[in-house]
Design a protein around this ligand. Structure first.
Ligand SMILES: C[S@@+](CC[C@H](N)C(=O)[O-])C[C@H]1O[C@@H](n2cnc3c(N)ncnc32)[C@H](O)[C@@H]1O
Length: 263
């Protein structure tokens, strides 16, 4: 099996749409029609949830009317947030067919489908025109992608001159991961975590001007502690979150944001 097939098999293990609708139902909402916030962040598969998405979008300067590419869009939670709260038009691309179908379905139920589009494809071969986006976001996806040079070359190709790429990934800040599973990978075979410097180098290689960097580690630790207390996100093994929290506390991994512009 190609490693991308293994990544898609890890995420698309079945029943994700029903799990999301159960979140809405259990909170007293109507699963046929609900607001994105009724999913309570369960559809945002990254450290910090909706608050982190708002922070990243604000730092990236995403505004109403912006054409945004969401690379590795998962269940579409980030895309719906950028559409609903920031007024953007978002095209999400993701490797996992089940996630793409769920993203589309959930977006229709929230009434945001007109601002959103989802396509099943690899970030390494985007089926999109050159210079067609004002901004791109990559949120907790690079950990699954070995070829960061190609990833960022593709992002640069589809951004217009002056466009911004916001990267928000788990990165290596010291030492080796001691225990799997991690939330993004059951074993080291599909985990390609890298230090911030490797990201900056790959971004520069792709022609980006690499700017602001942030490391919200204390917030990341607090988020994981709270998630573990609450029983963990729907559908994710508790051991994966516990292993990530251990690696955060040991200074081995951290959530890192990097903002880069296409000249
Ligand atoms: C941890 S989830 C994050 C999803 C979303 N960005 C969010 O924050 O809610 C990682 C996502 O990246 C996708 N992914 C991994 N490798 C990819 C690739 N090469 N191309 C496109 N998507 C990929 C997975 O299918 C999964 O949906």
């Amino acid at each position: 099996m190609d490693y991308e097939d293994s990544v898609a098999a890890h995420y698309g293990s079945g029943g994700v749409l029903e799990r999301m609708l159960a979140v809405v139902r259990n909170a007293g909402g109507n699963p046929e029609h609900f607001a994105p916030a009724d999913l309570r962040g369960a559809d945002q598969l990254h450290i910090g949830g909706p608050a982190a998405t708002s922070r990243v979008a604000t730092r990236a300067g995403i505004r109403a009317g912006a054409r945004v590419l969401d690379i590795g869009s998962g269940l579409g939670g980030v895309a719906r947030h950028l559409a609903g709260d920031f007024g953007a038009t978002v095209h999400g691309v993701d490797l996992t067919p089940e996630f793409v179908a769920a993203a589309q379905n959930l977006s229709e139920r929230t009434g945001l489908a007109e601002q959103l589009e989802f396509t099943q494809a690899s970030a390494l071969a985007l089926p999109l025109a050159d210079a067609s986006f004002d901004a791109a976001v990559l949120v907790h996806v690079g950990m699954n992608i070995r070829d960061k040079d190609r990833l960022f070359a593709e992002a640069a190709r589809v951004l217009r001159p002056g466009g911004v790429l916001a990267v928000y990934d788990i990165m290596v800040t010291g030492g080796d991961i001691e225990a799997y599973p991690m939330p993004w990978a059951p074993t080291a075979e599909t985990s390609f975590v890298q230090p911030p410097l490797a990201y900056s180098d790959a971004l520069a290689q792709a022609g980006f001007d690499v700017g602001h960097e942030a490391k919200p580690l204390p917030e990341g630790i607090a988020f994981l502690e709270h998630a573990l207390d609450a029983g963990g996100p729907v559908g994710l093994a508790g051991s994966a979150l516990a292993n990530l929290l251990t690696a955060f506390r040991a200074g081995i991994l951290a959530p890192v944001e990097i903002y880069a512009h296409r000249p």
